[in-house]
Write a protein that binds this ligand. Structure first.
Ligand code: C2E
Ligand code: MG
Ligand code: MG
Ligand code: MG
Length: 277
């Protein structure tokens, strides 16, 4: 009795595993062609100045319009792109698009607007990232200071020595670096001062309950104070309410990003504020 159930269980398990890995393989081979078929596209989420509440930049977020499965979010395919090495091509495409676009903003008078591009752990660990970034800057003629690379705290902490080397090289090129999802990794705060970075992005998990949870409020205030003392600017992500925005502004956060201001939108719907003189 037990044996037969067990057997069925195993067979069922194998069948679902096979279905899952077949689906995965199919998706992997689809991803191989996604760039050349033009199935990847970008959305832009405004970065808002906490001072005048206008958009002063935008974060680029990749999406995949899959022919069968519809629109896929990056969480569905970036990890796969990392594992297969496809992230190199995808990353180069995203950087190329983003820098060309930012150059156009500059040309129509948004001179101080910055474009932020996410860099995965695998991209960051590869020395050729420097070449990819340099190519994108050269081809687009975008001033390096207009480009922000977002690197997650956990990718920076995997190997702090190499991270410092890569960050120095990026800094020498003149690009800005932001630590993404700050507060979610295992980093000791003392590492922050060793990293040549410019911006700290407070993870949205601390912002969500900011107005109800005193612990989260204390963490957010501590990050903002620490960043300030290290001369880094702060961006809060996941700002969904006016109340959160006000608490963050009052705590001295420099920039705000989240659904309260705008969801990620197609390029045509992105509006920058005219810079206050
Ligand atoms: P991330 O860089 O931390 O991006 C923020 C994520 O939070 C985005 O999800 C964004 O849509 C979402 N978000 C923005 N405002 C709010 C809000 O108010 N509330 C909530 N709940 N969520 C908000 P998305 O677009 O699904 O991207 C997920 C992650 O995928 C990104 O996290 C980033 O790590 C990665 N990613 C996106 N685009 C790229 C890319 O071009 N290259 C690489 N390597 N990674 C990317
Ligand atoms: Mg990001
Ligand atoms: Mg983030
Ligand atoms: Mg994230």
């Amino acid at each position: 009795q037990i044996k037969r159930d067990g057997g069925n269980g195993v067979r069922f398990y194998e069948r679902t595993m096979n279905a899952a890995s077949a689906e995965r393989l199919a998706l992997e081979s689809d991803l191989r062609h996604a760039v050349e078929r033009g199935e990847l596209f970008l959305e832009y989420q405004p970065v808002i100045s906490a001072r005048h509440l206008g958009a002063v930049g935008a974060e680029v977020l990749v999406r995949w319009q899959h022919p069968r499965l519809g629109r896929l979010s990056p969480d569905r395919f970036i990890p796969m792109a990392d594992e297969t090495g496809l992230i190199v091509d995808i990353g180069a495409w995203v950087l190329g698009e983003a820098t060309r676009q930012a150059r156009r903003w500059l040309e129509v008078g948004h001179e101080r607007v910055r474009v932020s591009v996410n860099v995965s752990a695998v991209q960051f660990a590869q020395p050729r990232l420097l070449e990819v970034v340099a190519d994108a800057l050269r081809d687009s003629a975008l001033p390096p200071a207009s480009l922000v690379l977002e690197i997650t705290e956990s990718s920076l902490m995997t190997d702090v020595e190499s991270a410092v080397g890569m960050l120095r090289a990026l800094k020498n090129m003149g690009v800005q670096v932001a630590v993404d999802d700050f507060g979610t990794g295992y980093s000791s705060l003392s590492y922050l001062k060793r990293l040549p970075i410019d911006i700290v992005k407070i993870d949205k998990s601390f912002v969500r309950d900011l107005c109800e949870d005193e612990g989260d409020a204390a963490i957010v205030r501590a990050i903002i104070a620490l960043a300030g003392n290290l001369r880094l600017s702060t961006i809060a992500e996941g700002v969904e309410t006016a109340e959160q925005a006000e608490v963050l502004r009052a705590a001295g956060c420099d920039f705000l990003q989240g659904f309260h201001f705008s969801r990620p939108v197609p390029l045509e719907r992105l509006v920058f504020s005219t810079p206050p003189c």
